[in-house]
Structure formats: C-alpha cells, structure tokens
Design a protein around this ligand. Structure first.
Ligand code: ATP
Length: 629
C-alpha cells in the first residue's frame, strides 16, 4: 500500500495532538504535505520520496504522550529521535514499530523498569540511545537478541543487575556507565573501553579491576547476619542524618524560595511585548504593577560605532524566542528602524559586582575580529544580566549539523565545514592574544555558539564569560568544565579551549552531537567523549574509516586525505594529557595547512548512502587511512 502525502499529514497531526508542545515548536505542522520529495516541509520531519522516514524532534521542550499506535500509519518510518525533551513515564511501546532502525530517547525523564521483551522482534534496530533518563531495573534481555544492534547507549540511568552477554554482536558503541550495575562484565564485552562501564560501583572484570569474591552478587547475599545488622545500623544512622539535613535545607529554602521560585519580574518582562508567558515561568507581565523609571531600562553600550537604543526600543516590536540554552533564553527583537538584535538573558552571573562586570564587558566590547560576534550592549541588574548582540540570519552551526533535514536545507559540504573550522580557529587564536589574563579565553565553545553568516563565515559567540559566571554553577553550565582536566583534576588550563575546539572539529566531521557522549555533569574520566568514539571506530577500520564521517557531508572525490588530516587534528586537540595536547599556535598552524582539494571532479554523495561506501570511491594509495590511537 502506498500512503498519500495527505494521509501522512493526518497521521502526524494526530501524533502531535497527544504531545504537549508548550513552546509551540511544531507550529508549522499545520497545512500542506509534510514532505515534498526528499525535502521536509514540516519542522523535525525527515523525508524520502515524499514519505516520512524519520522524526527528529529534539530540544523542543516537548512533553505528553508518544503515541506509537498512530506512528504505525507512517510506513516508511525508520528513525525516531525525541532527545533532550521533557517526556516522562514508562518506555513507550516501541517494538510495535518493527521496521525502526534507530531510536533516540536520551535526556528526557523516562522512568521505571523496561520490560524484558520490550525490543522483541525489532530485527532492524541498529541504534538505541536511552541515556540520561531514570530507567531502573534490569537491562532488558531482548536487547541481546537484536541481530543488527550497533550502538547501545544506556548511561546515566539507574539500571541494576548484571550486564547481559552480547555474544552475537559487533557493537560499535556501548555505554552503560553511571548506573547501578554489578557483577562481572561478560567476556564478549571484555575488550571494550573501561569508560563504557565506569560509574557502576559493583561492576568488575573485563577492562575494570578483576572480580574478587566479595564483588560477586552471590557471595554478597551469603554475608553473615552480623554484617547485615551492622549495615542496617549504619544505614539507619545515615538515614537520620539525611533527614535532619533535609529538614534544615527545607527550612532554609522556605526563607529563600521567594528569590528561587518567583524572582521579581525583570524589567525586560515588565516591558514585555513578549507574549510567551510560558517562557518566563518565574514571573509574568501581570506582576508588573510597580512601574520603574525609564532610566532603569537603559542599556550600556560597549561600542562607540553603534547607534544607541534602549531596551524599550527593542521591545516595541514583538520578540521571538530563539531558544533556551543552559543560562536562560535568547530572544530576537527587531528595532523599529534598523537591524534585528539578540537579547540573551543570564541568571547565573553574580560572580562580580557592578563595577567589575562593567569593566569586563567593556573589555569584551573592544574586541574586533571577523570571526567574533561583537558584543553590542548589556543590561545590568543584580539578579540577572542581559547581553545584546546582532542577530545572525543564518543561525547556528548546531542547527546546520543536526537539523538540516528538518529545515529542508542541504547538509554542509566538506569545503564549507573546513572553512568553518578555519574561521573558528582564527577567532579563538585572536581571543587568546587579546585576553591573555583569562585562563580559558572562550570557555564555552560549542556548535550552538558558532553562528554562520550568509557566506558561511563563522562568528563565535558567548566568549570570555568565565570571569563573570557564578563559579558554583559553571560546572553544570559551561563547556570548559566538561573537559577531561576539569573532570579529573578540577583544573582548567590554557589548553582547555583547545579540547573544546577538538570536540567541535569532531562534531563537524562526524555530524554527531557531543553532549550525547559526555557524562552529564558527573565526575568521571575523559574517556567518554566524542573523541573516544572516533578513536574506537576509526582505530578498528583498517582502511578509510567511512563510519566516522558524517554520511551527509558531500565532497569532491580525492578529499579523503584532507578530511582525515583534519580528523587527526581534532583528535590531537582532544588529547586527555594536557602536556601532550597541542597549544593554540600549533593548532592554528596545522589547521591552516589543511587544504580543500582543488579539482573539478564531480561531487559525490557517497556519505549519504548507508551501503558500503568504500567501493564507490577511488581511494588514492599514498594516503594512510589508519588512525593512530
Ligand atoms: N546572535 C544570534 N543570532 C542568531 N541566532 C542566535 C544568536 N545567538 C544565539 N542564537 C541561537 O539561539 C539559540 C539559543 O541560544 P543560546 O545562546 O541562548 O543557547 P545555547 O547556545 O544553546 O546554550 P548556552 O546558553 O549554553 O550558550 C541557539 O540555537 C543559538 O544558536
């Protein structure tokens, strides 16, 4: 049976009706066909031949029910991603979608046990990502029966029991770290990296330390009753202490809850022609009665060369939310006569007083480089700060790398990706020169902080903020604090930004989202990042590591050597040992040496196909394709 486009539209609309789309992210799911040929007309929909083959509804603040039965009406559906939303409740009954090849549910709030047979019969499933939820109980045994499984990411849940045997599998990626698993690691997984298992107190064997009699669950259960009693007493005392601390904490909170849960509405809110009250959960325009004087809305400009305006000027036109990051939301607001601006709201910025803040903003305002997005103005209030910069029409690199399908735009090709890397490296080198007093002059380099001009020149943003960010929050918020040196030694160095650049390069080349590989805010090793995955996959390939590169990246034939060279640079930047890691100067030099191949050969699109790409490509012999690990 062929399904007409209109019936797929109906299916999707029915699917949407059970979702809770508070941010109205799926606003353009209204009329027409979701797909026109291979192009998506609706956001988050992936299309092939006029049919829906995937849904990529990520970072949209979605909640509600994932109505699997309705999705059965999409016969070409092969991939589903609901990563980074707010879905909760039990694992959806996904096995009904027998033809599914990949499922990404990481970083939601799913909970409860997953039935042992939850994945039974899913003979096409290759990738299953459930990281960062609250699943508990045993790892479902049906996973071991999936004939095509390649990637299994279960980290950051509360799975208990033993790691099952994956005998018939050639898993490329396995991560069960940060759960509550115990017992020996099965022999079939013994050659996996230790980071795949770290953060489970009871696991042993394989790449971890050898199992001792005490680590065997059977032995544990036969412990003498005296040990049990001592344990019970200690647990009881601990429970009491926790209870007392909790009560004290609650008391303290009740004193401060005014400021935590309902801070006074900001001037921005009060003035808000912003209609999205939901986005200002902590206050609404209704509370704006205590009108303040206009001078309170005054922006402080850090550049002389810009026309001055006030917050009111910005807010006369309606504002549009661009997205919510770690610190708060960013809004696009248009001046009446003049360009659109972006106002980014920061809450965790009370590290320094007004004077010092002002001085630092002025320092940032003096920076000028073709690859830096200039800071234009700021607004200071004790509780929150607003930073104002130009709106960049083309949006962020993150969107180009991870949602291009949804936007119906072609994926970035190799020359463009190389140009972006070169520009970012230059911007970073400039920051290193101009802000020598900062340990990590950028501190927050990631793909959503790289904006693209019309000609795809990168503009780096959110730089130089480490000195003004609250130190107690920085660990949860900023990229520099996810580096191996911080996770291991609580140390940030002059080379920490190089690590972020390395991860960014690998993200650009692989098309993979680095946060999926990071241990979310947990103390851990440096082994869990995207670089580890690249080393693992590329190291196992004895030829050109096709699996590593983004399949969507188009390039002229013969570019492989240069692509590989950049991949190796990315890996050198991610070197866990800071001493061995390249410094800024070295990295920029190496990146500059990478050239885009200058021939008129036809474009090939072999990365777009899932079939074996090696045969379709003329590999030149002089290049070594193996990655030294
Ligand atoms: N000046 C700008 N022009 C166009 N888009 C922007 C601009 N600044 C930010 N954006 C986009 O708006 C969205 C939200 O950005 P924001 O900076 O608030 O969060 P983030 O970068 O995702 O996370 P973080 O808060 O950690 O920096 C992102 O997709 C970002 O790329």
């Amino acid at each position: 049976t062929t399904f007409s486009a209109s019936s797929e539209a109906d299916v999707l609309l029915k699917f949407k009706s059970s979702l809770d789309d508070e941010k109205n992210a799926l606003a353009n799911w209204n009329g027409g066909s979701p797909c026109i040929g291979d192009q998506a007309n609706w956001i988050g929909v992936l299309c092939t031949n006029g049919s829906v083959w995937g849904l990529q509804l990520e970072n949209m603040g979605l909640e509600g029910e994932i109505d699997v039965n309705t999705l059965l009406g999409l016969p070409s559906l092969r991939t589903l991603s609901f990563m980074n939303n707010n879905f909760d409740g039990p694992m959806p009954e996904i096995k009904k979608l027998e033809a599914l090849k990949s499922l990404f549910l990481s970083y939601n709030r799913f909970s409860g046990e997953i039935p042992a047979n939850a994945f039974e019969g899913m003979s096409y499933l290759k990738k299953l990502h459930l990281a960062g939820n609250q699943f508990k109980g045993a790892i479902p045994s049906s996973l071991t029966q999936l004939p095509r499984l390649l990637e299994l990411s279960l980290e950051g849940n509360q799975f208990t029991g033993q790691v099952p045997e994956f005998e018939q599998h050639d898993l490329l990626l396995l991560n069960v770290s940060n759960n509550q698993l115990d017992g020996p690691i099965p022999a079939s997984l013994a050659n996996m990296n230790s980071s795949s298992f770290s953060g489970n107190k009871g696991l042993c064997g394989g790449p971890l330390s050898p199992c001792t009699p005490a680590s065997s669950p059977e032995k544990k259960s036969s412990s003498s009753s005296t040990t049990m009693m001592i344990f019970a007493i200690v647990a009881g005392v601990l429970f009491l202490i926790t209870l007392i601390l909790l009560i004290l904490c609650l008391r303290r909170q009740s004193h401060t809850s005014q400021s935590i849960e309902a801070p006074p509405p900001s001037n921005l809110q009060k003035k808000a022609s912003f209609k999205e009250e939901g986005h200002f959960r902590h206050g609404s325009p209704d509370h704006s009665s205590n009108g303040k004087k206009a001078e309170n809305f005054k922006l402080s400009f850090v550049r002389e060369d810009r026309e001055k305006f006030d917050l009111q000027d910005l807010l006369k036109a309606s504002a549009e939310i661009l997205g919510s990051g770690c610190f708060g939301s960013s809004y696009k607001a248009a001046l009446f006569t003049g360009p659109a601006m972006v106002v980014k709201r920061f809450r965790q910025m009370n590290n320094v007083g007004r004077e010092e803040f002002q001085e630092h903003m002025r320092r940032l305002g003096r920076l000028r480089h073709p690859n830096l997005l200039p800071l234009v103005a700021y607004y200071y209030r004790k509780e929150e700060k607003l930073l104002v910069s130009d709106y960049v029409e083309n949006g962020s690199l993150a969107v180009y790398l991870h949602s291009n399908h949804a936007r119906g735009k072609p994926a970035l090709d190799w020359p463009t990706r190389l140009k972006v890397v070169k520009g970012v490296a230059k911007g970073l080198a400039y920051l290193y020169n101009e802000l020598p007093s900062l340990i990590a002059p950028h501190g927050h380099l990631k793909s959503s902080n790289v904006l693209l001009t019309e000609s795809f020149e990168p503009l780096v943003t959110d730089y130089g903020l480490i000195p003004v960010i609250n130190q107690e929050n920085a660990q949860d918020l900023m990229v520099a604090y996810k580096s191996p040196e911080y996770l291991q030694n609580k140390r940030i160095t002059k080379k920490t930004d190089i690590w972020s650049l390395g991860i960014l390069i690998l993200e650009i080349l692989t098309g993979k989202f680095p946060a999926n590989f990071l241990q979310q805010g947990q103390q851990g090793s440096d082994q869990d990042d995207l670089a580890t995955w690249v080393r693992l996959v590329a190291g196992e390939a004895d030829q050109w590591p096709a699996e590593v590169f983004d399949k969507e990246m188009r390039a002229k034939s013969g570019s492989e050597g240069e692509m590989l060279r950049l991949l190796k640079i990315g890996l050198r930047c991610c070197e866990g040992d800071v001493e061995k890691r390249w410094d800024m100067k070295e990295v920029v030099e190496k990146i500059e040496e990478v050239r885009e191949k200058d021939t008129d050969d036809e474009f090939y699109s072999s990365y777009a196909s899932e079939s074996d790409v090696r045969s379709s490509r003329g590999l030149s012999d002089e290049i070594s394709y193996t990655i030294p690990i």
